[in-house]
Design a protein. Structure first.
Ligand code: ZN
Ligand code: ZN
Length: 141
């Protein structure tokens, strides 16, 4: 895969079991396949309110490194209230983050996730560990 900004070959970094990021060692940008950003940041969606930010998106001349078929990236705000910009492939919906945008990401994500989303995830985690199942059994007895 080639960096959409400077054309260098991206290097793969295994972040976790199911996530490997493609990073440009020259410009330090990062490519996230669809769903990887949400997974890394532990949020519901790659882009919290896509419909809103898409209204102000604009096309770029950058080629998607994943599709590599001439599919272009479009630049949009990650969230309407913040100046963090991401480049999103119109076809595979992967995301490119420039190095300068990365440090903004953590701060923005912490602010955009709603309480209900956090709660829903916490409930899911509890279910996965079997806590609620145990609790239900106890009530029946
Ligand atoms: Zn690059
Ligand atoms: Zn693509």
């Amino acid at each position: 895969m080639k960096c959409p900004k400077c054309g260098k070959t991206l290097r793969k970094f295994e972040l976790m079991e199911s996530v490997s990021l493609d990073i440009c060692t020259a410009c330090k940008g990062i490519w996230y396949d669809k769903g990887e950003l949400a997974f890394q940041q532990e949020v519901e969606r790659d882009i919290p309110d896509l419909k809103t930010v898409q209204k102000t998106s604009f096309p770029t001349k950058c080629d998607c490194p994943r599709c590599a078929d001439g599919s272009k990236l479009e630049e949009m705000k990650y969230h309407v209230k913040h100046d963090l910009l991401v480049d999103r492939c119109v076809k595979c919906h992967g995301l490119w983050l420039d190095f300068k945008e990365l440090d903004k990401l953590e701060k923005v994500v912490a602010r955009t996730e709603s309480f209900t989303q956090r709660l829903a995830r916490a409930m899911k985690d509890i279910d996965a560990r079997g806590f609620t199942v145990v609790a239900r059994k106890k009530i029946k007895e």
